[in-house]
Design a protein around this ligand. Sequence first.
Ligand code: BV8
Ligand code: ZN
Length: 247
Amino acid sequence: MRVPEEVLELARTAKGVTVLTGAGMSAESGLATFRDAQTGLWAQQDPSELATPEAWEADPARVWAWYRWRMTLMTRAQPNAGHRALAEWSEAGDAHLWVVTQNVDDLHERAGSDVLAHLHGSIFALRCSRCGQDADAVGEPLTEPVERLDPPVCVHCGGLVRPGIVWFGEALPQDALERAEAATLSADLVLVIGTSGIVYPAAGLPIMAHHRGVPVVEINPEETDLSDIATATWRVPAGEALPALLT
Ligand code: BV8
Ligand code: ZN
């Protein structure tokens, strides 16, 4: 695969690279994105019925069943060549890489990257929805999706256990967002990989970089809401682009 000259030059000379990833990063690991018109999770389900605090209040068993199924899929998935290339770049390259992800899976970590910020939390970091304490009771993996499943109960207060992710209308973890902003301001290159750039405040990070004169490179087979502010766009899947960038 031929790397566009401009992308190669920016990647070779950068000393600090902030990498913002989205669902497209894990697509080649077999995990569905959110907004793909055919295969996306939101093509099948209404996000307001699953990924909001209101949905959880209304029907925790429905929400838990969906997340428990996604946990199973994420546990079975393996990091792809793109995840591995980022980890290698960080280890072998001259540049410092800060990985900031919107993904709630753990594929960056399993490929060997340190993740600076999980902006939307982590699906496996369970906590009590009432008292907030960490919880580790996941129960049996789901071998197939089910319509409803009772969430586990908190051992401290009897409240319901929820996935440790950020739903629409909930605030992002303040420390993660601050680390991501600091990394974006320190970087001399921002790589935006596999995100539609629709969800804020995450999508604001590359825009902030652009306004400060930091080059932004987009790796995504499709045009996105962030394409206009990108210094260069590379329309290829992450699992092909990132290994090519390292060779
Ligand atoms: C908050 C839950 C405030 C977890 C998710 C109007 C205007 C502006 C903002 C708003 C507005 N109305 C509401 C808001 C705020 C809202 C928002 O941004 N809404 C949008 C939709 C308009 N944001 C929030 O609510 C956030 N919180 O603002 O809080 C606050 C402050 C104080 C106190 C209280 C509150 C919370 C946002 C978090 C939402 N949680 N999900 C889960 O179930 O997993 S969002 C969901 O979208 C995912 O988590 C995901 O991380 C995120 C972003 O999606 P992407 O990762 O980009 O995925 P997508 O499918 O869209 O795109 C995939 C891309 O990959 C595509 O471009 C595709 O081409 C590409 N691709 C495919 N294959 C490949 C590939 N690329 C490379 N290689 C491939 N192989
Ligand atoms: Zn509790």
